[in-house]
Design a protein around this ligand. Structure first.
Ligand SMILES: [Zn+2]
Length: 106
């Protein structure tokens, strides 16, 4: 596949997921559909979903999860710099190591 097409698809996925995040509170069904659509683009064109988009899906039940809404986020110990994401659908928790510090409440 041409890199330009791949970029275009990733751009489209980003828009879908961004919209899904905006819609999740007012219209969770629409959000879920948009999230599924984004994922389907990956399977259809056999491209790897960028990491920052993939982390919006639960690793276990594969549902679209939104931090602070359908997923709980807890900060790990500060020296490790990680966050723990708990999916509220299946209660699966996974840890995400973050390289740069994210400013929370400061
Ligand atoms: Zn889950």
């Amino acid at each position: 596949m041409k890199p330009a097409i791949r970029d275009l698809l990733i751009e489209r996925m980003k828009i879908l997921i961004k919209n899904a995040m905006l819609n999740v509170r007012s219209n969770p069904e629409l959000a879920e559909r948009q999230a599924i659509l984004a994922k389907r683009l990956c399977t259809k064109y056999r491209i790897r979903m960028p990491y920052e988009l993939k982390m919006n899906y639960c690793k276990k039940c594969k549902k679209f999860i939104v931090p602070g809404f359908t997923a709980r986020i807890r900060m790990g110990r500060s020296d490790i710099k990680s966050i723990r994401i708990t999916c509220s659908f299946c209660n699966h928790t996974y840890r995400k190591i973050i390289k740069k510090q994210i400013p929370i409440g400061q």
